[in-house]
Design a protein around this ligand. Structure first.
Ligand SMILES: [Fe+2]
Length: 280
């Protein structure tokens, strides 16, 4: 890896901007094959193997590649593309409906530290929405409520199949350094009234404040976006799926800063699939 890239990644890992876009990676579109899910099995090939190697290299430089055991069978590298029938769901495979911003696996105490998105195709330049929580103006009384364990986050629907139906534990939305807090939010999966009226109002306030500060990042093929999943939220703007094999296609890996916290809580052939039921 070039030294300038290594320096950039070290700075990012140690508290950078919350999001980083790397541009100009050469990819040969003709060698990618059809955008999934036109093919039933995960697409393979020499060009995709190079993309996977780059994703794993970046994840391994920042921390350790990990996955969620309940999502796509725990596959370490996943494809994100539109799926017929999911258009208006809150899944990565949605399209016509906005994918509401969130932290990845916000419900989970071992949610990934970073998400790495490699853009293979994006014909309409559909934007990834993004906001750093430290940029969001939050008044003191709201901030104080958000720092208390008054909020409950349900697993998103890609995880529920593997989980018992139980009330999620109460958690705080904001933790850590008040100047640069960590955030835990997934508005589509949080009941507003779970922690009482005041907590519900605080939740509504921060959701509206994030809505106002959301930025759009439109990735082009050959661009990689790295998202700090502890300090930022992300989503996706709506678009029209084509289902012609040329749809928007991202290849994704998650990274954990530390594997020791998940010792004994992982499965899979690769030993990196974090169990969904942890913390329930
Ligand atoms: Fe996400």
């Amino acid at each position: 890896m070039p030294v300038t890239l290594r320096r950039t990644l070290v700075d990012f890992r140690l508290g950078g901007d919350g999001g980083l876009v790397l541009s100009g990676l050469p990819i040969v579109d003709a060698d990618l094959g059809s955008s999934p899910p036109v093919t039933s099995a995960p697409p393979r090939g020499g060009e995709l193997a190079r993309i996977d190697a780059m994703l794993l290299l970046l994840a391994s430089f920042l921390g350790y590649p990990v996955s969620q055991a309940g999502v796509d069978g725990g596959r370490l590298i996943r494809d994100v593309s539109p799926l017929p029938g999911d258009e208006t769901t809150q899944l990565g495979s949605s399209s016509a409906g906005e994918l509401m911003w969130h932290n990845e696996d916000a419900y989970h105490p071992l949610r990934p530290d970073w998400i790495i998105l490699f853009c293979l195709r994006n014909p309409d330049r559909t934007a990834t929405s993004f906001a750093r929580i430290e940029d969001i103006p939050i008044d003191e009384s709201t901030r104080s409520l958000l720092g208390q364990p008054l909020f409950r986050i349900e697993p998103d629907s890609s995880n529920t199949a593997s989980l018992p139906a139980a009330e999620p534990p109460a958690v705080a939305v904001l933790t850590g350094d008040p100047q640069r807090p960590q955030v835990r939010l997934d508005p589509a999966f949080m009941a507003r009234s779970a922690g009482g009226d005041e907590a519900g109002d605080a939740l509504e306030t921060v959701i509206k404040a994030v809505d106002r500060r959301l930025q759009d990042v439109s990735l082009a093929p050959g661009e990689i976006m790295i998202i700090d999943n502890l300090h930022t939220v992300h989503g996706r703007r709506p678009f029209s799926a084509r289902y012609d094999g040329r749809d928007r296609w991202l290849r994704v890996v998650h990274a954990a800063a530390d594997l020791r916290r998940s010792e004994g809580l992982r499965s899979g052939d690769h030993g990196r699939a974090i169990l969904a039921e942890v913390g329930r």
